[in-house]
Write a protein that binds this ligand. Sequence first.
Ligand code: NAD
Length: 319
Amino acid sequence: MSATETTKQNQNNNAQNNKAAKPKIAFIGLGNMGTPMAENLLKAGYSLCVYDLSAPAIAHLQQSGATVADSPKAAAADAQVVISMLPAGEHVHSVYLGDNGLLSDLPKGTLVIDCSTIAAADARAVADAAIELGIEFLDAPVSGGTGGAIAGSLTFIVGGSAEAFARAEPILATMGKNIFHAGEHGAGQVAKICNNMLLGILMAGTAEAINLGVKNGLDPKVLSDIMLQSSGRNWTLEVYNPYPQVMNSVPSSNRYQGGFMTKLMRKDLNLAMQTAEKTKVDTPMGAKAAELYEAHTLEYGDKDFSSIMAFHDSSVLSK
Ligand code: NAD
């Protein structure tokens, strides 16, 4: 064998050893967030078997190098780790605990990481059932949007045991930059809904401020630049401006397609309101944002949540 062949052989062996050392992962839920997250795991050398209800989503991941399955159980058959990224609590419940639910089929010691945003109580219910079966469970909702999912710079907000967190950390680090251990089971979800309540308030407020400026003769880009360097600065102005064509590569400049759907923001605001009500905490600004997103969802549920801009000026939908 020549020196070049030997080097190539060594490189192949290294790549194979590298893959062999990594746990096999089942990834369930390949939507706006799940697809780029799964692709980052593939790029980092993990073996992935994926499942979604949507055939095109599965086909896309197959092209990216994943093995595909026709059910959550088939996806998890050979996996040491299961990751899910589903819309809401009912989907998480049905995948893990429903008829034919996945949990009862997993071998002891499997690590389940649910990245969906769901009620803390729902996360605790799945965690309790998992613990009974000797399975480790983490709630690990994310922040950072589809941009963060594509760039691998998400923030993970994790609830669960320190041991399970330590096991999950290197996997999460391939999809995110900041990985927080918020506390025990459910703590990740509580932190996440606090954050998203604030995000809903900030997005609704930013859209309202830009509308006030535009209706008084200001250019939305000039106003946004001013607020960005003033005390109104916030994440939506920095990376997710709700007014069309102020920023490139954000949903508002693409007719509010993709991104984080209005109906998902409404779900998160409702989760925050339910938590506030249960624990008797006052959240008047959150309540107002929840009311606005409730009304907005009736017509624009599938559009990105920055389309709350259209609440003030429907012409933005065609700009
Ligand atoms: P999405 O609707 O784009 O994707 C969800 C995917 O889950 C879809 O592909 C759907 O087909 C699949 N699915 C639904 N039920 C299923 C089942 N039983 N089995 C297998 N697949 C199933 O949603 P998304 O934007 O990717 O969000 C996912 C979660 O992440 C939500 O909880 C959301 O609140 C949260 N989140 C989203 C963003 C964002 O910017 N989009 C940011 C942070 C957190």
